[in-house]
Design a protein around this ligand. Structure first.
Ligand SMILES: Nc1ncnc2c1ncn2[C@@H]1O[C@H](COP(=O)(O)OP(=O)(O)OP(=O)(O)O)[C@@H](O)[C@H]1O
Length: 257
């Protein structure tokens, strides 16, 4: 079973002094769905990039299934860890299908072209995200929400064991917010590790099994979403007064002006 273990980890946030008492020591496990919550600029994206081994930490270490990340081959990391970025860049002109097929890249030998099996996986992902009608369109012609769905389709095609997703509901209308969170929950249910940054505490309350709360001015806390998502913990997180009610047994928070 996949495990990503953080030991006294401190992400290297530019222009921020290192705060060793803010270090993280926790394990993200297969089947869990983690939401990272915190105010703008606290370091959620930087932490996700650190977990993907795209950025060295300021302190501490990360192990994937007991192996230090720094000792793993880039190809192994690319096969096992997938990240969806918050901003989608157009590296080069490509169609939606060509872009999504890039997710197969870590699974191909050098110079090997995608085969029939790869195409089947890519077409299924396009179908799952309602992108089949867009398959031959240029990626840069898609709307923000369509591009977000194309980025998630690419991650599906990569089939990583660890899904790191930066603000998965960005740009999405309400129906696709639910569809995408359902897709991520499905990945957790098949024993993937799912870790995402979120701005919507209600999405976290509805979908996440665990949360990590990153405070700018005090040590982080982490654990079961049901016990940590409280007014007591969230008001100081956002420095915002909140009202709370309940819907279907889950808390529902509303900012109070
Ligand atoms: N290249 C950079 N140069 C200088 N500062 C940077 C750079 N990249 C990030 N930062 C700063 O690092 C801090 C953490 O940024 P990060 O994007 O990780 O925050 P975040 O919690 O994801 O924010 P948001 O909720 O706004 O997406 C911010 O203050 C940001 O301005």
């Amino acid at each position: 079973m996949t495990e990503l273990t953080l030991t006294h980890l401190l992400a290297d946030i530019p222009n921020h002094p290192d705060q060793p008492d803010h270090a993280l020591s926790l394990t993200f496990q297969a089947g869990q769905m983690w939401g990272i919550l915190g105010p703008n600029g606290v370091g959620k994206t930087t932490l996700l990039h650190t977990l993907a081994a795209l950025k060295a930490p300021a302190l501490g270490s990360i192990e994937l299934n007991g192996h230090p990340m720094t000792a793993l081959h880039r190809l192994t990391l690319a096969q096992q860890i997938g990240i969806m970025f918050q901003e989608h860049q157009d590296g080069f002109p490509a169609t939606v299908l060509e872009t999504v097929l890039l997710g197969r890249f870590p699974h191909l030998s050098p110079w090997e072209m995608e085969g029939e099996g790869d195409l089947v996986i890519a077409l299924a992902a396009l179908d799952r995200l309602d992108l089949t009608p867009f398959r031959d369109r240029a990626l840069n012609s898609l709307s923000g929400g369509e591009r977000q769905r194309a980025a998630l389709a690419t991650l599906m095609v990569q089939t990583p064991d660890v899904w790191l997703v930066d603000e998965p509901t960005n740009h999405l209308d309400l129906r696709y917010q639910v569809a995408v969170m359902g897709l991520l929950a499905e990945q957790a249910s098949i024993d993937k590790v799912v870790v995402m940054s979120l701005h919507d505490v209600n999405v976290a309350a509805q979908w996440c099994s665990h949360v990590l709360l990153l405070y700018p001015d005090r040590p982080p806390i982490w654990g079961a979403a049901a016990s940590l998502l409280t007014q007591h913990n969230l008001e100081p997180l956002y420095r915002q007064k909140l009202a709370m009610t309940e819907l279907n047994g889950k808390p529902l928070f509303v900012p109070v002006a």
